[in-house]
Ligand binder design. Structure first.
Ligand code: APR
Ligand code: PHB
Length: 395
């Protein structure tokens, strides 16, 4: 079988890339290890940057986002002494949207199904070959046990942090940067109305806590926990008590509403960057090339930014045999990746308890700086609400 672009992975990066390519008349095939139901049920991130929303709306994926997404002007940052609101709209003229990745995945699956996109779910033994030729190949065993072989002009690895694509770039060519943080998040989904109008990121001597949401009826909350934590060590009562303690503040007048917890899991925190994001005719996008800790809400937005940059480069390569934009893809994408890697690392370090009292004083000083300096708050807002998709091209 021959197709212009073979995409490995049907997460948001792979699905959106196929959608963008189709909008330009370029056909693709998607090969995915899991089932459609599994991919649709995964609970992941929940914040879309201004430019992610603009892009999704401009390619016909904005309808449910407009009706169900919650537009937020900013976020709250707090310590037990103070809760401050950072207003992104006032500071940088941009806002963010609460819209679960699960919802976006549904929009993408529906849009691709309507367009007749070929998605090979439940593929096994996925491999790739001939990457440094102009006829790279993907092979796999399909859900019926038949061996399949695809010849393409380009292969895009959108297969997340455990997929085979990043491994296909030889060690002699690639450079990897990695940081594992000494804490994790215990994340819960609860059937209770959010106790806040916008997200709360809370510094607390017991550990970081966060209040996010999925809808007016569903709250998403997180607690900093040690790395070896088991969900079974945290009863629902213990979770609500810790959240109430860490999210509370002395200025008063606020109470956390508790409700039934429907899902709980422990999330490790990691930074990872791989350079280059391209090897011959193999391109990496999304988590396949980089991981950020969830504190800055950048993972999903970076995946969207990658494919927004890659789609026109692949169109130029496949249709016009112009390899210029494809050659620039990795360097250009990595500028945004490093900006977001720094911001996520910085925000993680500012808010999580390390156990060192010196760190704690520096963190409180940083939070005070953000609440007293418009310049500092604007820098935070610019990074959190996100740079325009074109911002990294000219620098
Ligand atoms: N073959 C085919 N598909 C694979 C393979 C494989 N060997 N290994 C993994 N996959 C699939 C996974 O099952 C998953 O559906 O690749 C897909 C990768 O999707 P995501 O992990 O969602 O990654 P991405 O599309 O880059 O989206 C990034 O996901 O982890 C979050 O915070 C991150 O929100 C960000 C987003
Ligand atoms: C979420 O809603 O799941 C969420 C929001 C912001 C973050 C991380 C996770 O920084």
């Amino acid at each position: 079988m021959r197709v212009p672009v073979a995409i490995i992975g049907a997460g948001p990066a792979g699905m959106l890339l196929s959608h963008l390519l189709a909008a330009d008349g370029i056909e693709s095939i998607i090969v995915e290890a899991r089932s459609e139901q599994y991919v649709l049920a995964r609970i992941r991130a929940g914040i879309l940057e201004h430019s992610s929303v603009e892009l999704l709306s401009s390619v016909g994926l904005g309808a449910r986002l407009a009706s169900r997404g919650l537009r937020h002007r900013g976020v709250y940052l707090q310590s037990p002494e103070e809760r401050q609101h950072i207003d992104f709209v006032d500071l940088v003229g941009r806002s963010v949207w609460v819209y679960g990745q699960t919802e976006l995945q549904k929009d993408l699956v529906d849009a691709r199904a309507e367009a007749g996109q070929q998605i090979c779910y439940e593929a096994t033994d996925v491999g790739m070959d001939n990457l440094t030729t102009d006829r790279p190949t993907v092979s796999f065993t399909d859900h019926r046990g038949c061996h399949r072989h695809i010849e393409a002009d380009a292969i895009v690895g959108c297969d997340g942090s455990f997929g085979p694509s990043r491994e296909a770039i030889p060690n002699t060519v690639k450079q990897i940067w990695e940081r594992t943080y000494p804490y994790s998040w215990l994340g819960v989904l609860a059937s209770v109305a959010p106790s806040t109008d916008e997200l709360i990121y809370a510094w607390h001597p017991d550990g970081f806590a966060m209040h996010s949401m999925r809808s007016p009826e569903v709250s998403r909350l997180y607690l900093q926990v040690p790395n070896d934590t088991l969900v079974s060590q945290w009863s629902h009562q213990r979770i609500w008590d810790a959240l109430a303690e860490r999210l509370g503040h002395t200025t008063g007048g606020w109470e956390l509403k508790a409700g039934p917890i429907t899902e709980a899991s422990v999330l490790p925190m990691r930074s990872y960057v791989q350079n280059p994001m391209r090897y011959g005719r193999l391109f990496l996008a999304g988590d396949a090339a980089h991981i950020v800790p969830p504190t800055g809400a950048k993972g999903l937005n970076l995946a969207i930014a990658d494919v927004a940059l890659l789609a026109p480069a692949l169109v130029a390569l496949v249709r016009n045999k112009d390899s210029g934009p494809a050659a620039e893809y990795s360097d250009t994408a990595l500028r945004r990746v490093w900006r977001c890697t720094h911001f996520s690392w910085w925000m993680t370090n500012m808010l999580h308890i390390s156990g060192d009292p010196f760190d704690a004083e520096l963190q409180k000083s940083q939070l005070r700086w953000l609440s007293t300096s418009t310049a500092a708050a604007a820098g935070f807002a610019e990074n959190y609400a996100g740079l325009p998709l074109t911002a990294m091209k000219t620098r």
